[in-house]
Design a protein around this ligand. Sequence first.
Ligand code: IPE
Ligand code: IPE
Ligand code: MG
Length: 267
Amino acid sequence: MSLGKIIDKKNNDLFKRIDQEKVPEHVAIIMDGNGRWATKKGLPRSFGHKRGVDVLKEILKASKKLGCKVLTVYAFSTENWARPTKEVDFLINLFNEVLRNEIDEIHEESIKLRFIGDLSPFPVTLKKIISSSESLTKNNNKFLLNVCVNYGGRQEIVKVAKELALKSSSGEIKPSEVNEELFNSELLTGGIKDPELLIRTSGEKRISNFLLWQLAYSEIYISDVLWPDFNEFEFLKAIIDFQSRNRRFGGIESLPNESFEDSQYSS
Ligand code: IPE
Ligand code: IPE
Ligand code: MG
């Protein structure tokens, strides 16, 4: 059997273990470990970023196949400007190149593409291609791919607070009208359903300023695999792990019947 066939079989076996009723609608991913992957191989970090793009394509395909509806990926954080200029410039060029090469296929697949973050510091060429890609795909309804670039969760929350303060001072809203629903609708994610699952690769156990509001009750799956080695198989493992979780949302595990529950409190 060829290696490709063996991989397909492994993925199909795992696929069969998935409960179709409990597939997460929205998955968020911190795609981490590109640099370490390349360094381990004695290659420049840029090779890791390039390979990372292929992995994103594979995971996009896998999540669509599985029946997810939204994928939100962290591609560049507000803190990533702290990297050497050469790496930042490489990443900006890579975003440009990938968009140029992939936008037609994304559109054909009926995927709506959205960029989330403060785009203002990026070069005009990148801003233009982002804007044309978003408008080309805006009516697509099979799947939503959110790419977070120059994104920071704290900055997003401050931005919403500022907007609501302005609306309140101009009389458009009353301070008493500020509630979770209104706040949520003003976020850059535009009130879409929160991710049920957050995956972070490369073994790091932190959120790194990603979707601070939206991840309030997401299940967190940390994979030790570096992003360029992540694949459909690892993604399916994350989904199976997610399906085994007991999501209580502050409540308690559902009990078989009320009388049993009552008996827990009778003295
Ligand atoms: C994630 O991989 C990609 C970006 C943050 C742009 P890294 O570049 O952070 O890779 P490591 O964590 O240094 O290995
Ligand atoms: C988070 O990864 C940002 C992205 C994946 C784009 P980092 O590599 O920047 O995070 P830290 O520095 O390890 O927290
Ligand atoms: Mg990193």
